[in-house]
Design a protein around this ligand. Structure first.
Ligand code: NAD
Length: 280
């Protein structure tokens, strides 16, 4: 059986470390505060926002909540962000995505002060990651690096294949693996011979958004498999982009869904918030 990479345990460790750091900051008279903005009341977004607030309470970060109506205009949202950019007591600003269709997400992300961009989506944060300078890193891929390191998986010199090239997972994932000295290939929907490309991987990160697409014929014997996907199947059970039962017997380590990558995203958000104080 492969090693099961336990995101619940590792995310709990990280949250405890952040809690300790926040309490040390408090002892120096510095508090940490995250402003969370939600526009509209998409049920999935409300669950994510609720979980983020709960995590803040656990680690000792103050959270300010802005629940705006669906019909909020882009100008109103931008004004709120500008106001929060100016507020000294606010360290991090998070706008829950997706936004309603009449609002330009890119413009909203660009409005956030990069020093408060705890989601790591601002072009300046992405650029800093690209050229190896300090800045916030997108939480899901940052969490995957922690999962690998804390499970004893060496990245340097390894063949790493990332399937998916989205701005929030695939691209920053590839940059982070490169920063860790992996040899990185990014595959996507136009990649030819995907199975052969994926089979090169010592570390295979899958973020395709297609339930159970990755079966054992994409996986080299002994590879480490990281499954970013989250889906609900016909029985309302969670599953990933990887067919866990099929792939488990051939890999050396794998993340389950649920309980793998999922819990890491919020833990890394808390980490970014605590770190924002030293960046400011
Ligand atoms: P996305 O839809 O933005 O990107 C999917 C990528 O997969 C694209 O770059 C596309 O080129 C590639 N792709 C699609 N079909 C393919 C195919 N047949 N072969 C090869 N490549 C293909 O998705 P995303 O935002 O990157 O998310 C991916 C998955 O991860 C989703 O299931 C999402 O729900 C999940 N997700 C989980 C977390 C978490 O916290 N665990 C965070 C973000 C996303």
């Amino acid at each position: 059986m492969p090693q099961i990479i336990d995101g619940k345990v590792i995310s709990a460790q990280i949250k405890d470390e952040v809690r300790e750091k926040v309490s040390q900051l408090k002892a120096q008279g510095k508090s940490v505060c995250l402003a969370v903005i939600q526009v509209g009341n998409d049920p999935a977004s409300s669950v994510y926002v609720g979980n983020k607030k709960k995590a803040c309470a656990y680690v000792g970060i103050e959270s300010l909540s802005y629940e705006l109506a669906e019909e909020t205009t882009q100008e109103e949202l931008l004004s709120l962000i500008w106001e929060l950019n100016e507020k000294k007591e606010v360290n991090g600003i998070l706008v829950q995505l997706p936004l309603p269709g009449h609002i330009d997400e890119n413009e909203v992300i660009r409005a956030i002060d990069p020093k408060k961009d705890v989601d790591g989506f601002h072009p300046q944060s992405v650029g800093a990651l690209c050229i190896g300078q300090p800045g916030f890193v997108s939480c899901t891929p940052a969490g995957i690096i922690e999962l690998l390191k804390r499970s004893g998986v060496e990245i340097a010199g390894k063949e790493c294949v990332v399937i998916g090239r989205s701005n929030i997972v695939g691209k920053p994932m590839a940059l982070l693996l490169l920063r860790e000295n992996g040899t990185v290939t990014v595959a996507h929907s136009r990649t030819k011979n995907l199975k052969e490309v994926a089979k090169r991987a010592d570390i295979l990160v899958v973020a395709v958004g297609k339930p159970k697409m990755i079966t054992r014929d994409y996986v080299k014997e002994g590879a480490v498999v990281i499954d970013v996907g989250i889906h609900r199947n016909e029985n309302n059970k969670l599953c990933g982009d990887v067919d866990f039962e099929d792939v488990s017997p051939v890999c050396s380590a794998i993340t389950p869904v649920p309980g793998g990558v999922g819990p890491m995203t919020i833990a890394m958000l808390m980490y970014n918030c605590a770190n924002s104080v030293s960046l400011q």
